[in-house]
Design a protein around this ligand. Structure first.
Ligand code: MTE
Ligand code: MO
Length: 477
């Protein structure tokens, strides 16, 4: 092309992460991405590529390999690499450190939706127990897993609104504060997104099935206690203090309203154990925030900084990603017009469908409980609501929503001030009643329930998909 500016490689190198303007190249095209950095979904991580080849970086962060990202980059085109700097007609290869190379090993049973970063869902077999096994608990990483060694060098910094800071080692946290254990369900706001896509239309994001959810016993110290120790006057709270912001050691960040952070019955923990074991690296070793009843995106892993503020976290994940826009709004909404998701709505899912022919009923306690003497189908699943609102009823239909029965709710020894964890449920139905689809919907203590279809709560990011879960009736065996 005529009139295009030719740019030397050395000039690009001068526009690295410490420069005022950030330049990158891809192939022989050069871009000034300075204005992209504040809007980049992964935060300032993109600066790793500044002053060099963004193609190499995108080979590592493969989520970028799509047309919409290339289109964004093209907006920042400024010129071409000078042919003097091409080797055999190509730009010289450059090296970028691969931050994923120290990610931990994962259980092979996890259902991987993306591997760099690791996003993997709990398999159905691990959704059948009240506490989800740690090794198959879903993993949702936006970036790499920071390597914090054995945790000895780890420090948590807590900053008050006046800038006053206090630091804690893991030992400080364990020794100075009372430890608490609570049972809580973590659910990604994208859980069941694939169902919204199938039931309505295209959504952006990982297409999770029913397994971006899990329940564990979390042990740690109360965020409230640590904030008081660091100087927060909870009895006479400064009006300017509105949010507790959390920063993770990679680059992730999020925040919660201060009322939740200091509520003695809110059970927000700085957790270091999961089901009685030290936190695995994928789940935040050595320390994560655990915000029960809220969307899991607020439970920041590898947390190393807590800031009391008048503002929400400025991260992408607080200000853009984890929001629900109207069904009319497309992929470039007025980002500030919607609220950040905090407490979760009602959710439920069918995780197991089992046929019990009449001649095997003897072995089926559940069919006996329901007094079934004919071919039966047993359904099992989970139901959950946010804000500590207990699930009070689970309705099951075998004829696509015309008639309903109630499932048996399984009681469990739940630790914590409120109902922070899912209820598992089961039901046995006469085979003869089953038409084309089974459906489930749940009701919480505030009588909130789930929408019948996905159309009414469609949003382009596919967040908080909670329409009735339908699964096809299996063919008779
Ligand atoms: N914290 C950090 N530091 N980095 C992350 O990518 N992902 C969030 C949250 N905390 C995330 C994070 C999201 S969106 C979810 S759903 C949960 O962690 C997942 O927690 P898990 O991987 O332990 O299941
Ligand atoms: Mo999430």
């Amino acid at each position: 092309d005529k009139g295009e500016r030719l740019i030397r490689l050395s000039e690009i190198h001068e526009h690295g992460r410490n420069a005022e303007k950030f330049w990158v190249f891809k192939g022989d095209r050069v871009y000034d991405i300075t204005d992209w950095v504040p809007n980049h979904p992964g935060g300032e991580v993109i600066l790793r590529a500044a002053g060099g080849d963004i193609g190499v970086y995108w080979d590592i962060f493969t989520i970028h390999k799509k047309q919409e990202v290339y289109d964004v980059l093209e907006q920042y085109f400024i010129g071409r690499l000078d042919p003097q700097d091409l080797v055999d007609g190509k730009p010289p290869s450059e090296h970028v450190d691969d931050p994923f190379s120290t990610d931990p090993e994962r259980d092979k049973a996890l259902i991987v939706r993306s591997s760099r970063p690791m996003n993997a869902e709990t398999p159905a077999s691990s959704l059948q127990t009240y506490l989800t096994p740690v090794n198959t608990f879903y993993v949702r990483n936006h970036l790499w897993v920071p390597d914090l060694g054995n945790g000895d060098g780890y420090r948590l910094t807590v900053e008050m609104i006046d800038g006053e800071e206090k630091q804690y080692s893991m030992n400080d946290l364990r020794e100075k504060f009372k430890q608490h254990t609570i049972t809580a369900t973590l659910q990604c706001s994208g859980n069941r997104r694939a169902h919204m896509t199938a039931g309505s239309r295209q959504t952006n994001g990982l297409q999770w099935d029913v397994g971006a959810i899990g329940t564990a016993e979390w042990t740690g110290v109360r965020l409230r206690d640590v904030l008081i120790d660091a100087g927060l006057d909870v009895m006479n709270l400064d009006e300017d203090v509105q949010h507790a912001q959390f920063a993770g050691a990679e680059a992730y960040g999020a925040s919660i309203p201060v009322d939740k952070a200091i509520d003695p019955r809110g059970d927000v923990l700085l957790a270091f154990e999961m089901n009685g074991q030290p936190l695995p690296r994928d789940h935040g070793f050595p320390l994560r925030v655990l915000v029960p009843g809220h969307v899991a995106a607020r439970s920041v892993k590898w947390v190393n900084k807590i800031t009391m503020s008048g503002e929400e976290s400025t991260s992408q994940w607080q200000r853009r990603d984890y929001k629900c826009f109207g069904p009319n709004e497309g992929s470039n909404p007025d980002w500030d017009s919607a609220r950040a998701i905090q407490e979760m709505p009602v959710q439920s899912a069918i995780t197991n469908v089992r046929q019990v022919p009449q001649d095997r009923l003897n072995n089926s306690k559940l069919a006996q409980v329901y007094g079934l003497e004919e071919d039966a189908i047993i359904l099992e699943g989970y139901a959950f609501s946010g804000g500590g609102r207990e699930i009070v009823r689970v309705d099951i239909s075998a004829d696509d929503g015309r008639t309903w029965r109630q499932a048996q709710l399984i009681e469990n020894d739940e630790k914590g001030a409120k109902a922070w964890s899912w209820k598992q449920w089961r039901i046995a139905l006469p085979r003869r009643e089953a038409m084309r689809y089974f459906c489930v919907k749940a009701v919480d203590e505030a009588y909130n329930t789930q929408p019948e279809s996905f159309e009414a709560h469609y949003n382009f990011r596919g967040n908080l998909a909670s329409g009735w879960h339908r699964v096809p009736v299996p063919k008779s065996t």
